[in-house]
Design a protein around this ligand. Structure first.
Ligand code: VGL
Ligand code: ZN
Length: 205
């Protein structure tokens, strides 16, 4: 069985948001068109408390994109984004959420960031996404969302690690930085991830 996993398609990650991914909103029609071809659609939501340790605003003297050590892990400092209950944390307008059967929220612990939809960055706490997928007899996971080299990339690497046959649908994502995304894709390929375009699903669906 095949699942489509929507990673962080939220207002703050599209143009006009707090941490906008260039052209991020262009994925929305692609993602909507893909949904009917899957046995299951699930989503993740970046969902930070205001005092989250990844926010530069919580580290006096530091600026956005500075790198600090947060509880023993390297942490890039971000603008405040996806604050729990804020407009920025809502799903992006136009995203069809009707067929989303479950939402996994991440980044809720102020002391640690969580790029992957499966685990926090220290791999200490699971979101139970892998068990949920297994419980639904999923063996193939197709990933779309934002941002390509961060949450999409780390979600994909954990999906592989958890034993799922994993695909990146390339026109269903956009990166913050193109060069970093190219490196991430090479890493994914080396780990056996299939990199495909949405028309390969839609035409064969
Ligand atoms: C993300 C940076 C910080 C993402 C989330 O969804 O890629 N990036 N929080
Ligand atoms: Zn975040």
């Amino acid at each position: 069985m095949k699942a489509l996993l929507l990673v962080d398609i939220q207002n703050d990650f599209i143009p006009g948001g707090a941490l906008p991914v260039p052209d991020g909103d262009a994925i929305i029609p692609v993602v909507n068109d893909l949904m009917p071809y899957f046995d299951l659609v699930v989503a993740t939501q970046d969902w930070h408390p205001k005092n989250h340790g990844s926010f530069a605003s919580n580290h006096p003297g530091k600026k956005v994109y500075d790198v600090i050590e947060l509880n023993g892990l390297q942490q890039i400092l971000w603008p405040d984004h996806c604050v729990q209950g804020s407009k920025g944390a809502d799903f992006a307008p136009g995203l069809n959420t009707n067929s989303v059967e479950a939402i996994f929220r991440k980044g809720t612990d102020p002391g640690i960031d969580s790029y992957s939809g499966f685990f926090d960055n220290g791999r200490k706490k699971s979101t139970a996404l892998a068990d949920y997928l297994r419980g639904r007899q999923i063996d193939e996971v197709y990933v779309v969302g934002l941002a390509g080299e961060f949450c999409v990339n780390f979600t994909i690497l954990d999906a592989v690690d958890q034993g799922f046959k994993t695909y990146l649908i390339e026109d269903g994502t956009r990166p913050l930085n193109k060069d970093d995304f190219e490196k991430a894709k090479a890493d994914m390929k080396a780990k056996g991830v299939g990199i495909i375009m949405s028309n390969e699903i839609i035409k064969n669906g």
